[in-house]
Design a protein around this ligand. Structure first.
Ligand code: ATP
Ligand code: MG
Length: 246
């Protein structure tokens, strides 16, 4: 097994790379704005469907089979409505330092990625420590960190019907830690030192920008935390430690 920590920072002065990085951030912000609009548009018809389903359920003499179908329509619409509210929450912007609950945020991201995991036949396991202090990182930043690492893990297990384990624990010294383990093919030793580099990707053009872990590393470092990876042919584990608020 080979280890690699988030290493050197190659932050130069304003460079073409930095400009591309800024363009990427702007693209993400734009995506946030667009999704907020879509969510808004989706929520109105969903509310109509949910209340219509409830009204039909209150009618007398509705055959049992129809009642069952209406109840399914109602509960699926409700599920979609919760999902879209989650999206809105995801795209909203907040630059404050944060007082963020790691377990709640990890749950939010796992719900958000439920479909992505199910579509790949990935079994998601959670092992949370529920006595953790809150952390000193804005919730949206933490969502981005979790999303990048978990999405990479899911992508690595594309065809393997794999297993994803999300653990949270105390990190000691007023910090918390989470570990995300997959049983994908692992990261080859020659790539391990480069995965946090800007634009390093092994994905096809259009599928990966190679910015996910670079951005993740910077978010974690700026928050005073650390990120660590271990990998072998049996899978990969990312460990992130973040300072507690107090
Ligand atoms: N869990 C993992 N298992 C195997 N390889 C991984 C894993 N996580 C990251 N990698 C490797 O690290 C590379 C860099 O990851 P990073 O998230 O920075 O970029 P990306 O996923 O390729 O593209 P992007 O995240 O911008 O869409 C990936 O292309 C992949 O080769
Ligand atoms: Mg990625």
């Amino acid at each position: 097994m080979k280890d690699s920590a988030a290493g050197h920072s190659d932050d130069a002065n304003i460079s073409p790379d930095l400009l591309r990085q800024l363009a990427y951030s702007e693209k993400m912000a734009e995506l946030g704005r667009i999704s907020a609009g879509i969510v808004h548009e989706l929520n109105s018809p969903l509310s109509v469907i949910i209340s219509a389903a409830q009204m039909i359920m209150r009618e007398e003499g509705v055959p049992e089979g129809v009642q069952e179908m209406i109840s399914r329509i109602g509960s699926e619409a409700l599920r979609l409505s919760h999902l879209t509210k989650g999206l809105l929450n995801f795209s909203s912007h907040d630059d404050s330092i944060g007082d963020t609950d790691l377990n709640l945020t990890a749950d939010f991201i796992l719900n958000f990625l439920n479909f992505e995991a199910a579509r790949r036949g990935v079994l998601v396991l959670k092992q949370f420590d529920y006595s953790l202090p809150t952390i000193r990182l804005d919730a949206n930043m933490l969502k981005q960190v979790l999303l990048n690492i978990i999405m990479n893990a899911l992508q690595a297990m594309e065809n393997s019907g794999g297993k994803l384990l999300v653990e949270t624990a105390s990190g000691g010294n007023d910090s918390v830690r989470f570990i995300i383990t997959d049983n994908g093919p692992g990261i080859p030793a020659e790539s391990l030192d480069r995965i946090f580099d800007r634009y390093f990707t092994t994905k096809k053009p259009g599928e990966g920008t190679g910015l996910g872990l670079f951005v993740t590393k910077n978010l974690v470092k700026n928050a005073g935390g650390s990120i660590w990876v271990t990998s072998s042919s049996g899978g990969t584990a990312f460990t992130v430690t973040l300072p507690a608020l107090h």
